[in-house]
Design a protein around this ligand. Structure first.
Ligand SMILES: Cc1ncc(COP(=O)(O)O)c(C=O)c1O
Length: 414
């Protein structure tokens, strides 16, 4: 039977045999950004060719077409995560902006000096720095939940740090470095006990497993289009309508107002209250096409295939002498993300990624925007191979073979 990669690779121009640009690249950097299928590229080209106009403004037919396509993308995005209403979907530039929106609107209006918020040691900088900036202004305390020796979130530590002062638990779903998948439903239950809200950074999970904001029982979710086969320049915030209604605007300007006088303004209804200025119209429509594409493959299918592939990669990697792998071992029951981060004793991860690049294999090296996590492990830099439903076992074999050869080469020459 055809596997998922065989079925889907033809959709991606980069992987096509005629692609002169790609040099038969083996792309193992999907966690940094995903590749784009023809369905998304064509939707973008179609929008810019035939539907391009500003949204919600013009009285003319082209503006109506653009607005309909843009709002359709909002509906698709809402349904994707089982939002109650598309009014709960705010388009942003990326997930980082979505988190900044929550910090600067909800956080700025709700958090006070006596309050605490909980983050985790595995957060991406985009879920650390906005809270640090706000904490400097408002004086509340940021506390961090630690990690077990297996690279999972330490739930005992989390339980011990949640108290009546906790107003928010803001954390990622799947770690872009450890690959661990956090038990969000359980964390939400713990948060509810003290009346705290939960913000989920779903950047590394949205394209890899089905997500239902109701069963996760969360309050905010941040996502980026470019991580789910969509264009860059677009992301979204989902939040419960009842919470969004109480939040003041984040950015001010056109589109987000109802009425403007010289010294006062009133705000547009949801979701427009939070969408100041001309949005990334084509990119939001492209994100809608990407979600439709992922739905057509099926998130359950994707999860099943990537799980198998991650296990394959993990077990091949762990046989390499001197390798250290971060994060939990993949098991039948954990939803470990489709990525493996590692370092080799005595070798800088940049040397590894540069040599692999000369073999036309793309992986990531560095701190992956997780410096607190790297500092915790006493590391400056690690290497990361990340997969998608388009990745084949042959590609993994070639990567492992090249990695072994490069390690021997570096050892011989150092
Ligand atoms: C877990 C996680 N959170 C947040 C982000 C930030 O995404 P963006 O740069 O698209 O805002 C990333 C991107 O790598 C990520 O992996």
């Amino acid at each position: 039977m055809e596997n998922l990669a065989e079925k889907t690779r033809k959709d991606f121009p980069l992987f096509s045999e005629e692609s002169n640009e790609s040099n038969n690249l083996i792309y193992l950097d999907h966690a940094a950004t995903s590749q784009k299928p023809t369905q998304v590229i064509e939707k973008l080209v179609h929008y810019y060719s035939f539907q391009n106009a500003n949204v919600h403004r013009g009285a003319h037919q082209l503006s109506t077409k653009a607005t309909e396509a843009f709002e359709e993308a909002r509906n698709i995005t809402g349904k994707f995560i089982n939002a109650y209403s598309s009014r709960e979907i705010i388009f942003t530039r990326n997930a980082t902006e979505a988190i900044n929106l929550v910090a600067n609107s909800w956080g700025d209006s709700q958090l006070q000096e006596r309050d605490e918020i909980l983050l985790t040691l595995m957060e991406h900088h985009s879920n650390v720095v906005p809270w640090q900036l706000l904490a400097k202004r408002k004086g509340f305390k940021i506390r961090y939940v630690g990690i077990t020796k297996d690279g999972e979130l330490d739930m005992n530590d989390l339980r011990s740090k949640v108290n009546q002062k906790t107003k928010l638990i803001s954390l990622l779903h799947i770690s872009n470095t450890l690959g661990s998948c956090n038990p969000i439903e359980e964390i939400s239950r713990i948060a509810r006990n003290v009346g705290a809200l939960v913000l989920l950074d779903a950047c590394q999970s949205l394209a890899h497993l089905p997500i239902n904001v109701n069963s996760l029982n969360i309050d905010f979710l941040a996502g980026s289009s470019h991580k789910l086969c969509g264009p860059t320049g677009c992301g979204f915030l989902w939040a419960k309508e009842s919470i969004l209604e109480t939040m003041p605007p984040f950015l001010g300007g056109g589109e987000m107002i109802q009425d403007v006088s010289l010294y006062e303004s009133s705000w547009a209804d949801l979701p427009f209250k939070f969408e100041a200025g001309t949005p990334s119209i084509g990119e939001a429509i492209g994100m809608g096409a990407a979600i439709t594409y992922l739905n057509s493959i099926g998130l359950d299918e994707i999860r099943k295939y990537e799980k198998e592939l991650t296990k394959y990669l993990f077990h091949k990697l762990e046989k390499i002498e001197g390798i250290n792998i971060l994060g939990p071992r993949p098991t039948e029951i954990n939803d470990r993300g489709a990525l493996v981060t590692f370092y080799i004793d005595g070798i800088h991860s940049n040397d590894i990624s540069e040599l692999l690049d000369s073999n036309n294999i793309c992986i990531r090296s560095g701190h992956h925007c997780c410096q607190p996590l790297h500092k915790y492990y006493g590391l400056n830099s690690t290497a990361r191979a990340s997969l998608s439903f388009t990745t084949t076992k042959d590609e993994i074999d070639l990567f492992i073979e090249a990695l072994n050869t490069n390690i021997q080469f570096i050892k011989k020459n150092s």
